[in-house]
Design a protein around this ligand. Structure first.
Ligand SMILES: [Zn+2]
Length: 423
């Protein structure tokens, strides 16, 4: 009897060297973001691969987005294979932009070196390895001769590292990565080969600008220091707000565990003549702090914001002359894969078969493109699952293990088989 699951795993195993080579080739295209270099090269490279695999290829330039420019075009690519009909569409999505290399490397960041059972380089882990695994999960199903009722798709998208507005968010807005076109989405971000990531916390970036009154620095009592007032805000955040947030834990299994609670980080502080080479004696009439508040699926955004408004009101009540404005910078709502999602059970089964152990269900400390599938596209059945060690993302000497590449390719292929098989 033809055992499709075994045939698919054999096809992946036979493609081991090709998966490694594709990962290395992707690493060699330095798609650094910001500013978004070589996006079109990478999209076209993937598109040629998709075509060679017999997939229907679509290119989607993020027309109308301000960051889609002639110098740095935002080009996304999708490859699709239609099923025989009646099955769901399973979409595998990987961002191909990478963080800047930075310093501290002992290997060439964009060399695509293969050594010691690993592929090395910027993006090997986050997440060109995952993208290569996704490509070969789909190819292995074809090579194994498996008939699918559902459609399988793979996409390479831009700008995840800077919010994904011209990538997954844009494709979701256009209705392409959205309900009606996509039923299940797997994003092979590096969450470790035996972990399924079912979502992330919300993100609210806001800034507080304090306004004072300028005066001569030798007579500071004649002015009002905006820096002192931002100092009062920071003090209130540290002594009143942060201890409160630390008490709030989430039901979502966020890793590392320290991020399984509400947090607030001060991103930036500037005031007065900060950054100016030549200084004049002046009381600062302006100071600004930028904050990164991570909030829980159990918290309501309106309450989260109201809490900060109340904090500023308390500071105002006790600091004479306090005047400040609160401004929103970015908002990402939390997202959570529905309990009992068939997507999660399909991946759990695959991990059990391929790795011989139970999958851990986790949530991510930071956000990634799942929010766009869910909140814009209306595709709640979305997870992150892929090869790569989470802690290596954005580090120097980033790598992905070849065994993990192969294992995650098998797991994704088996999950597709479960979800989209002809019945
Ligand atoms: Zn990533």
């Amino acid at each position: 009897m033809f055992d499709a699951r075994e045939a698919v795993c054999r096809a992946v195993e036979a493609a081991r060297d090709e998966i490694v080579e594709l990962t290395a080739e992707l690493v060699r295209i330095p798609t650094v973001n910001p500013p978004g270099e070589h996006y079109a090269d990478c999209a076209r490279f993937l598109g040629r691969r998709f075509a060679a695999m017999g997939l229907e290829v679509e290119y989607h330039a993020a027309e109308g987005r301000p960051e889609h420019t002639e110098a740095h075009p935002r080009l996304n690519v999708i490859g699709a294979r239609r099923g025989s009909g009646g099955g769901p569409t399973v979409h595998l999505n990987g961002h191909f932009d990478v963080a800047p290399a930075g310093g501290g490397w002992s290997v060439e960041p964009f060399g695509g070196l293969v050594r010691d059972g690993r592929v090395w380089g910027r993006g090997a882990c986050d997440m060109k390895g995952g993208l290569a695994a996704a490509v070969f999960a789909i190819e292995a199903l074809r090579r194994a001769g498996v008939a699918l009722a559902g459609t399988v798709e793979v996409s390479g998208t831009v700008d995840e590292e800077s919010g994904g507005q011209a990538g997954v968010a844009w494709l979701a807005e256009q209705g392409r990565l959205a309900k009606g076109r996509v039923d299940y989405a797997i994003i092979p971000e590096p969450l470790n080969v035996d972990r399924i990531c079912t979502g992330h916390r919300g993100v609210w970036w806001f800034e507080v600008e304090a306004r004072g009154r300028i005066a001569h620095g030798s007579m500071p009592y004649l002015g009002v220091s905006a820096i002192d007032h931002i100092g009062a805000v920071l003090e209130a955040v540290r002594t009143e707000l942060q201890p409160e947030l630390a008490k709030r834990t989430t039901r979502m299994p966020v890793v590392p565990a320290g991020s399984g609670r509400a947090t607030l980080n001060v991103n930036a502080v500037a005031g007065g003549q900060a950054g100016q080479a030549v200084q004049t004696p002046c009381v600062a009439d302006r100071a600004l702090a930028i904050f990164d508040r991570r909030y829980l699926v159990e918290e309501d955004y309106d309450d989260v914001r109201a809490e900060v408004v109340a904090l500023l009101e308390r500071v105002e009540a006790r600091v004479p002359g306090f005047e400040a404005e609160l401004r929103d910078r970015m908002l990402v709502h939390p997202t959570e894969t529905p309990a009992g999602s068939p997507l999660v059970s399909a991946l759990q089964r695959g991990i059990r078969e391929v790795l011989g152990r139970e999958a851990a269900i986790v949530a991510s400390p930071g956000s990634y493109d799942q929010k766009h599938f869910d909140r814009i596209g209306g595709v709640p059945h979305c997870v992150a699952y892929g090869p790569g060690v989470l802690e290596l993302a954005h580090q120097p000497d980033e790598w992905v293990a070849i065994d993990d590449l192969v294992a995650s390719t098998k797991v994704m292929a088996l999950a597709i088989l479960d979800l989209a098989s002809a019945r």
